[in-house]
Design a protein. Structure first.
Length: 199
């Protein structure tokens, strides 16, 4: 797929695949990720199986199109938090926020929090526009991040486990920065690609 100007025909194909319960590997503004439609339980189970994890314990994120999309899946966002999100999104950040009732049951963890992302990536934006709801996202299994920058290598390794591997060029090696915003104090729990200043 063209990184700047993704072909509409291919975007449509991928969105349809996700709606039908498919699993994809796709580029973001950080590393390549595993993705599916958040409303497709079987697809969520498939991702959990590929990763060998329990969906309710897993570190799974929702990839959203924009801030208004994001606010559907978290409880009310106050002004300071909204300012923080507006300043850093879209970008290489995952914000841990309290989950709203719209988060599908299979994904509601005991802590009822959710990781939310708005990547700065054109392929992501076009797929999300065509799909109309967030993509559930997880990192690829294993620790060999260096191997996971090249879509051809990813395809060799995982092509038989997913429906599509989207080639959006060479991916990054550094994951997103994770910021936990569920408590009174915001905490950076993983320093990744995004630099952030918490006031």
């Amino acid at each position: 797929m063209h990184p700047q100007d993704p072909q509409p025909r291919l975007v449509k194909q991928v969105a349809q695949c996700l709606r039908d319960g498919g699993v994809i590997i796709y580029p973001t503004d950080t590393i390549y990720g595993l993705g599916c439609d958040i409303n497709q339980h079987k697809a969520v189970e498939r991702i959990s199986k590929i990763k060998n994890i329990d969906p309710q314990k897993a570190q799974l994120s929702f990839i959203c199109r924009d801030l208004s999309h994001l606010s559907d899946y978290t409880k009310s966002i106050d002004t300071p938090l909204y300012r923080l999100l507006k300043r850093y999104l879209p970008g290489p950040y995952t914000f841990i926020l309290p989950a709203s009732k719209q988060v599908p049951k299979i994904l509601q963890s005991k802590k009822s929090t959710i990781g939310l992302r708005v990547p700065d990536n054109n392929i992501c934006h076009h797929i999300l526009d065509a799909l109309g709801n967030p993509i559930l996202s997880a990192s690829l299994p294993g620790d060999m991040v260096e191997e996971y920058t090249d879509p051809e290598v990813i395809n060799e390794k995982f092509g038989d486990k997913v429906d599509f591997v989207i080639d959006g060029g060479i991916g990054g090696m550094v994951p997103s920065t994770i910021v936990d915003c569920t408590g009174d104090e915001w905490i950076i729990t993983r320093q990744g690609l995004g630099e952030i200043v918490l006031e």
